[in-house]
Design a protein around this ligand. Structure first.
Ligand SMILES: [Zn+2]
Length: 222
């Protein structure tokens, strides 16, 4: 079980979200930990939603401010344009080249939401091509999958977010538009509590599947 990802020399961590709020639901506690540990966290929103785009982007900007995110990008894919296509891959690669990410977080490939699965495919394909195009020292080390609507079937990284849960809840409360019909904040708190209690009695945890696409192991310190 990999438990020490935060000790990776991961200067630039990109959290890619299919939609604004996925990043907080899946990795809010980890984002807070990464920033506290001195990493540079960048948010990339693939879609701003099919409706209320302006409102959702405003909420996302407040979340970026709240976490003190280094930089953020909106690709504004929507409807039929939210697909794995050459132009979309080029858009993601262009941003990766600006950022030179060490690690890339993305929704996992078994999610119930169709756009989450597309997001996984689009980012994975972009990741491979980016690594192929840049010099060795600029290559990203791995992809980290996070869970939102459907649980990860397997995971190999557990982040203890007990000390970050309040921060995560405050960040989630900024997504007013998403909390009106469903209390996602309470749902994710329950999931993080479940994940935590199953692992060494942590109060709250986020779990991930780390895809070691390049050799990440030499950089891990247990
Ligand atoms: Zn989503």
């Amino acid at each position: 079980m990999v438990k020490a990802i935060l000790h990776v020399n991961s200067r630039n961590v990109v959290i890619v979200a299919a939609h604004p709020d996925d990043e907080v639901l899946g990795c809010g506690g980890t984002i807070s930990k990464l920033i506290k540990s001195g990493h540079r966290v960048i948010l990339l929103y693939l879609s701003s939603g099919d409706s209320q785009e302006e409102r959702r982007e405003k909420e996302a900007l407040r979340v970026c401010d709240f976490f003190q995110i280094s930089s953020h990008y909106f690709l504004r894919l929507k409807g039929p344009s939210f697909k794995v296509s050459s132009p979309n891959i080029q858009k993601v690669i262009r941003i990766f080249k600006l950022i030179t990410p060490t690690l890339v977080y993305i929704n996992h490939d078994q999610e119930s939401d169709y756009e989450h699965r597309i997001a996984f495919q689009l980012v994975t394909e972009s990741y491979w091509r980016y690594n192929h195009q840049v010099s060795f020292e600029k290559r990203a080390m791995g992809i980290v999958l996070y869970e939102v609507h459907r649980l990860l079937l397997t995971h190999n990284l557990v982040e203890d977010i007990s000390a970050e849960m309040d921060t995560k809840m405050k960040a989630m409360s900024l997504y007013h538009s998403q909390l009106k019909s469903t209390r996602w904040d309470l749902a994710i708190k329950g999931l993080n509590q479940y994940r935590g209690r199953l692992h060494n009695q942590m109060k709250f945890a986020e779990v991930f599947q780390v895809k070691i696409l390049n050799s990440i192991l030499p950089y891990l310190h247990y």
